[in-house]
Design a protein around this ligand. Structure first.
Ligand code: ADP
Length: 162
């Protein structure tokens, strides 16, 4: 049984992330979507909120599990028995960073393979930062993120909240 992990910040999950998960599910038996607990990075949503939004958005995928991890991605991959790490590649601009990380992770754990998947072209310009910025100024994010995320963003940036 081939299991992979899909690590990221997911602050918040977007339809681009979901597109990558759906492609990974078509290739592997189990996909563990895992939120990085990175204390050095300030985020809009807590790890628990991000996990909750991922779980709700991915509830129809029976072979997807959502969790979180501390420390090195490769250690988490080994711990859960994953053979690979899924990452998304939107454009050439993602490539340099992803390539560097893939090679470093291979150096750390040669048995874990990084798999880069390209989303549908409609998601190539989409990222969590753009979604957060749009939502902050009451822009409509409904075509970019799952329903649960639209609701959570409304609560975060509610009009009665200054
Ligand atoms: P990280 O901080 O680890 O980059 P992100 O949540 O921003 O966390 O992204 C996680 C992974 O998903 C990365 O590999 C990123 O390239 C990919 N990704 C992010 N947005 C999209 C998108 N719109 N389409 C496809 N892949 C994406």
């Amino acid at each position: 049984m081939a299991k992979v992990i899909y690590p990221g910040t997911f602050d918040p999950v977007t339809n681009g992330h979901i597109d990558i998960v759906s492609r990974a599910v078509a290739l592997f038996d189990e996909v563990i979507v895992t939120v990085a607990r990175n204390p050095g990075k300030t985020s809009l949503f807590t790890v628990e909120e991000r996990v909750e939004m991922l779980k709700e958005s991915l509830k129809d995928y029976k072979r997807v599990v959502v969790d979180s991890f501390d420390g090195l991605v490769v250690n988490h991959a080994k711990q859960v028995g994953a053979v690979g790490i899924i990452r998304g590649l939107r454009a050439i601009s993602d490539f340099e960073y992803e390539f560097q990380m893939a090679l470093m992770n291979r150096k750390l754990a040669g048995e874990i393979t990084t798999i880069l998947l390209m989303p549908h072209a409609r998601y190539t310009y989409l990222n969590s930062t753009i979604v957060r910025n749009l939502a902050q100024f009451q822009g409509d994010v409904s075509e970019f993120v799952p329903k649960i995320v639209v609701e959570k963003l409304k609560i975060k940036f509610g009009k009665n909240k200054e």
